[in-house]
Write a protein that binds this ligand. Structure first.
Ligand code: PGA
Length: 252
């Protein structure tokens, strides 16, 4: 099933979260052929969790630390997230890597911890503009996947991947459907190899300036299994329009 994830980043207060969900829930209430996940900021998770009970929308978080509890000022543990019915966690998002200095080995610890705690990780990978111009797209992505999944390769079916070219995030310029599809094919080949064939259930999402006007051409790519949406997910109506594109493709 296609997976679509809203990444709100550092946006929306508790009140704004309530307002968003009050508008969004009725829009998508009958959708059963696309899996929909919202990842609000930590401060809105409780409110969102209460609001999403008995709904077809799942809850995710944008990050998490890898320990259950302890002296880790400012961090949030998998146990805290589980209590709020968080089912997914974004890990290794490019803003975590490039603004907050997260490296592959830390991301790997978080991936392992998420799996151990029954939270499905979405590992985000992607090359910078400089790396793209140097022809390093495939090698960077291969490194991020091999290092990110080290030790849990056989659990690949329990992990999703988001390919987000850093130069496409928040810029309005997405990858072309052909380029994105080629990278997704490559990601699936690596996953198949390192997991010894245990990656059929892994979905590879595309992210980076996804909007309703480019969603249908992107989703036609054979290897594209859904989207991670930032800017266009902040408005319930524009997020719903992207979801509709996925529904229509399935119906065709
Ligand atoms: P964008 O962000 O849709 O605003 O490009 C995507 C993301 O960073 O997950």
């Amino acid at each position: 099933m296609y997976l679509i994830v809203a990444n709100w980043k550092m946006n929306k207060t508790v009140k704004e979260t309530e307002e968003y969900l009050a508008e969004f829930k009725p829009l998508v209430k009958d959708i059963d052929n696309v899996e929909i996940v919202i990842t609000p900021p930590f401060t809105s998770l409780y409110t969102a969790s209460e609001s999403l009970k008995d709904s077809n929308i799942k809850l995710g978080s944008q990050n998490m630390f890898y320990k259950d509890s302890g002296a880790f000022t400012g961090e949030i543990s998998p146990l805290m997230l589980k209590e709020l019915n968080v089912e997914y966690v974004l890990l290794g998002h490019s803003e975590r890597r490039h603004i907050f200095g997260e490296r592959d080995d830390l991301i790997n610890k978080k991936i392992i911890s998420a799996i151990e705690n029954g939270i499905r990780p979405i590992l985000c990978v992607g090359e910078t503009l400089e790396e793209k111009e140097q022809g390093k797209t495939f090698s960077v992505i291969e490194r991020q996947i091999r290092n990110g999944l080290a030790g849990v390769e056989r659990e690949a079916n329990y992990i999703d991947i988001a390919y987000e070219p850093v130069w496409a995030i928040g810029t309005g310029v997405s990858a072309t459907p052909e380029d994105a599809n080629n990278v997704h094919k490559f990601i699936k080949e690596i996953l198949d190899e390192i997991s010894s064939g245990n990656s059929q259930k892994t979905r590879v999402l595309y992210g980076g300036s996804v909007k309703s006007s480019n969603a249908d051409s992107l989703i036609k790519g054979e290897f594209i299994d859904g989207f991670l949406v930032g800017t266009a997910s902040l408005n319930p109506q524009s997020f719903y329009e992207i979801i509709q594109k996925l529904m229509w493709i399935i119906k065709v």
